[in-house]
Design a protein around this ligand. Sequence first.
Ligand SMILES: [Zn+2]
Length: 244
Amino acid sequence: MSLKCRVIEGGLCEITQEYKPGVHYGLDIVGPNYTLAWETAHSDGEVVAVRTDCNWFESGSYGNYVKIKHNNGYYTLYGHIAYNTVKVKVGDKVKRGDVIGYLGNTGESYGAHLHWEVRDKNDNKINPTPYLDADLPKEVELPQPVERNKNVTQLQVIESQLNVRLDHTISAQSIGFCPVGIYNIVSEYKDDNYTWYEIEKGKWVANDGTWCKLLPAEKNEVVLTKEKYNELCEKLWQYLKENL
Ligand SMILES: [Zn+2]
């Protein structure tokens, strides 16, 4: 049975190979009922890379391909496009549904298909399956540093390439590198390798002991002077006189 999908003209497709981390970082797709078809842009965006000169089998290669950067910072990539059918060039603005090329067999391909990838802002290949017929994730803003507040313990991020993740696990999605600076700590989580700090709701950074530094709260000791002591005694005396 055909699946709904945005990257094949007509909106239906078959999947011939699933995404599998470490093995296959995309979805292999053909037209409905295993037909050939035109490929369409998943979402609005700008074409950032194209190859059009491949007319042969090439080991470890996408063959002719199109890569689009979308408005949320994510990328989609369309591999193995048929020779002489690529319809876009670098710098073109595309709209969702625009035709970009025809299903082909160029590069490392053993039968015409679309090898379709979704990549996050850091160009990491992520599981494309949830997005076959759905919008890419909304843009998530990176956390921004705050002022030092000596009344509370804060976190100082000193590593400039520390990922901000949407959960406290190394496999959770990254939304980019955390700007170096000071952050409030919303909550904390320890696993075997890292202490995780939630620095804004739902945004986590890991610390291995060197990437971040804790800035402890400074104790506010109240010094009781003789004058203050006398003043408090006077207040207490007044209170006792009025209430007893
Ligand atoms: Zn593939």
